[in-house]
Design a protein around this ligand. Sequence first.
Ligand SMILES: *Cc1c(COP(=O)(O)O)cnc(C)c1O
Ligand SMILES: [Zn+2]
Length: 550
Amino acid sequence: MTFIIKCLDCGHNTPYYPTSTTCPKCNSQWREAEYDYELISKTLRPKLAKRRLGLWRFKELLPVRNPNASLSLGEGGTPLIRAVNLGMMLGCPNIYIKDERQGPTSSFKDRQAAVTIAALKEAGITEMVAASTGNVAISYSAYASRAGMKLWAFVTSLVPGVKMREIALYGSQVIKITGSYDQCKQVAAEFARQRGLYQDMGARTITSIEAMKTIAFEIAEQLTAIEEAEDEEMWRTPDWYVQAISGGMGPIGVYKGFREMQQMGWTDRIPAFAPIQAEGCAPMVNSWKKGLEKAEPVTSPMTRIETLATGDPGRSYEFLRSYVNSTHGAFESVSDEDAFRAMHVLAKMEGISAEPAAGVAFAGLFKLIRSGVIKPSDTVVVNCTGHTMPADSSILGENWSRDVKFPTLSETPQEGLLSALTQVAPERFPKIVIVEDTTEARRLIRRILQSQGNFTILEANNGREGLDLIQKELPDLVILDLMMPEMDGFTVIQALRSNQETATIPVIVATAKELTPDEKNRLGGQIQALMQKGDFLNDEFLDEVKALIK
Ligand SMILES: *Cc1c(COP(=O)(O)O)cnc(C)c1O
Ligand SMILES: [Zn+2]
């Protein structure tokens, strides 16, 4: 794998580690991946014919060293659909919809989650924090479950209940922040800092930008196939790329994708970019229209379209502004009502039911065509970024979210934040040691525990290591296998029970083995519960764990 991380401010190059998020030389958080384009431009194209559709088709241009196929949910490779009826209606026949609703969790955030989780997993990270207006957390939650990672999902209380339940459904802890999305990000950042956890940094996350650029690769490849272009060597690019934006990560990544293809000689130009915002929260559009170089934040977003409620875009605006200007594109904003109407038109004309945020992109398209910015002969690709899927409220039970109020002005911000966060989770979680020699079984137990409760989980892969770990950590509970190398479970139990410090620690024996009556006798009175593997999917296991810990 041939890539390095280049600082966008000082040009310093470093190898890639997902956990190092700043330039070691100048401390900048704005860095991007660079590949050996000359080599890849020659070697990758011939390989594509034999590869399946999907984001990993372009793995040589992604910052994951050994993509782990078992984490994949079939991300990327969404269809590019010609909007024939809309085209007729608008007098602009070449409108295409990149249908990102068809991602595994129904939004284009699946690309971001798939690549980021793959990179984090590769780096050995097992727990992370993300702030979200809904879809990012849904997607991270789904991929985290496959990777055996715990996700703390911070969302604003305005995120629709169906989306919050979807996040919880995949086994993540939802934390509702009463406050703006920008405040929600602050609370999440503080939580991550206090606990030393990896935190998603939005557009500053290298993997997110890299993931989004695959949208550009796919658009060019698909457009070339659809138009049956004579010269297949040179991929076609549209005249416009239209997308609804919040923080602007999508178009920043998509721009990089087009730029890389141009650099590799796969295409000859970059489309005009049209980022669209909701009027009630349009800091980038307003700043661009005023000719500002830096964005004026919107402190109180006034839109019902929560997905797009980033009030302070920070430096993302500066990047997008230069891309929009250099491609002769345009920023535009639309009202919530226009977005809802566009949603309805899209459903009625093209059979596509999108979420309001995607409706914003279509309302923007209508506006730009009507005002003559987009010409009737232009080829336009609109990113249909997502679709709301409801999670049934009845299957989650109680307590799947926690409420945090952002500190009021009367409290000092730091104290207020600290006390707000103690409501999210206590300082210390019950500690559980898993002693189990098979990786798969350890991972399964870890996943069951972390998806339904908050525990500090420690692992050992044989009896001897397990005993040392238990004596050192004095956990609240031990989950123990019987048949293990070095020292078997029976011996571990004996050792625990004969030492005063560990004599009363509850032990659940989890074993795949059919126990003989003699073995059952040996365990009698020494352990608190016996679980046969396969029983794990029952609620019993967790009830047992919770009852023993108290
Ligand atoms: C996140 C999101 C957006 C905005 O994306 P950015 O490129 O990060 O600004 C738009 N639509 C949907 C459905 C989203 O989930
Ligand atoms: Zn630097």
